[in-house]
Design a binder for this molecule. Structure first.
Ligand code: DAH
Length: 379
């Protein structure tokens, strides 16, 4: 770098200033930090800076030379100040960009799975059933766990002497009058609902067809062993319309079974049965094999009963104020725990309610794995 004395007082001041301007321009643009830039500014334009000193030296020149040198030096000084300002703006911007990059949150990243908390198999299974049937156009309906006699039994064509009403099976609540009457008011007998079917009645009493509902919920029966629990879950299904027929029932349930178990050509069998609220009634069996000890769902030489169904008994429609000469439909009832046990190989129903965390860690589901027809239902 030439010294200041070498420049000041020289004849060809303009070209010297131009050369200095070029050199300083390079030095300034090479400054990588704001500190480095400030050092250059102080060294050139500061009180004791080189260009400041050169300005002071001008006094030693005389006349025309001082004027020419003065103009040139002023232009140089302005230019250098400007170049420093521009570089400073560049460095500021770069610093801002670097900060923005460093502080950037990538919102497209998938959330990190938290290993705390798992979805209980009952909830997971209900979600799966709802996802499949929701895709078919069913909407979720709900009803109370404490039911009256009318909704739980009578309206469903379950007469007072039906075995389902026996104290042995049903949890009756204290108080209440005779069985089988509709308008007993406060005196009516109340029960913990023994199935989700009363929500069929509640829906049809309040809504004219077309109806297409599913009812996931808790149900209660006085029973306790490896496959029965006093509280368990069902998903009820109900379709009412003018032209709904047995073909719809079969198509819907075959499709449901295949989607739920993830077996595309799963054999599904409809076996004649009896329920008071459906006529005809059918129990649904799926194909399986028990060869080699365990149970495998799919093709095989055996059948496994999984749900109850049927065409709605016209008496039930009439009980709800729906004209059975115009409307018909089908209904079905799925046992949630049973479906979960079959799909996920859980051997004992009682373990569902023991709140054993080791059990939940083994059979539970990640909160991020939401079942859907699109995303798949498998674990
Ligand atoms: N409510 C029956 C039960 O708890 C299950 C059931 C069977 C429901 C057939 C239905 C049906 O809607 O059509 O055992």
């Amino acid at each position: 770098m030439p010294t200041q004395n070498k420049y000041s007082g020289m004849d060809d001041t303009v070209s010297i200033y131009a050369q200095l301007q070029d050199e300083l321009g390079l030095t300034i643009s090479a400054a990588e930090t704001l500190d480095a830039l400030e050092t250059i500014r102080v060294a050139e334009l500061g009180k004791k800076g080189r260009i400041t000193s050169m300005m002071k030296e001008l006094g030693k020149l005389d006349g025309e030379a001082r004027k020419t040198a003065g103009q040139g030096l002023n232009a140089l000084k302005t230019q250098i100040a400007l170049t420093i300002e521009q570089r400073k703006a560049e460095l500021d911007q770069a610093a801002l960009n670097a900060r923005l990059m460093a502080e950037r949150i990538d919102v497209s990243l998938p959330a990190r799975p938290q290993n705390q908390g798992l979805i209980h198999p009952v909830s997971q299974t209900i979600d799966e059933i709802v996802a499949i049937l929701g895709e078919m156009g069913f909407v979720v309906a709900e009803g109370p766990d404490v039911e009256d006699d009318w909704h739980n039994f009578t309206a469903l064509n379950i007469p007072p002497d039906h075995p389902a009403r026996e104290e042995l099976d049903t949890f009756y609540l204290p108080g209440g009058g005779e069985l089988g009457d509709k308008d007993e008011g406060e005196n009516e007998r109340h029960v913990l609902r023994t199935h989700t079917s009363p929500v069929q009645i509640r829906t049809m009493e309040n809504q004219q067809p077309p109806i297409r509902i599913i009812v996931p919920g808790r149900t209660y029966r006085c029973d306790y062993d490896a496959t029965h629990s006093p509280m368990f879950h069902q998903v009820e299904g109900l379709v009412v319309d003018k032209k709904t027929h047995m073909g719809h029932l079969k198509g819907c349930l075959i499709e449901f079974c295949r989607a739920f178990f993830g077996v595309e050509d799963l054999p599904v069998r409809f076996r004649p049965s009896y329920f008071p609220f459906t006529e005809p009634s059918a129990e649904v069996d799926i194909g399986c094999t028990r060869e080699g000890g365990g149970l495998r769902i799919g093709h095989g030489d055996d059948w496994l009963e999984i749900l109850g169904s049927g065409m709605i008994n016209p008496k039930v429609l009439d009980n709800c104020g729906i004209d059975s000469t115009i409307y018909q439909g089908f209904a079905f009832g799925i046992g949630v725990e049973r479906m979960a046990m079959l799909k996920y190989g859980i051997p004992d129903l009682r373990t569902f309610y023991e709140s054993d965390l080791r059990w939940l860690r083994h059979y539970g589901f990640s909160a991020l794995h939401t079942p859907s027809m699109v995303g798949g239902l498998e674990r």
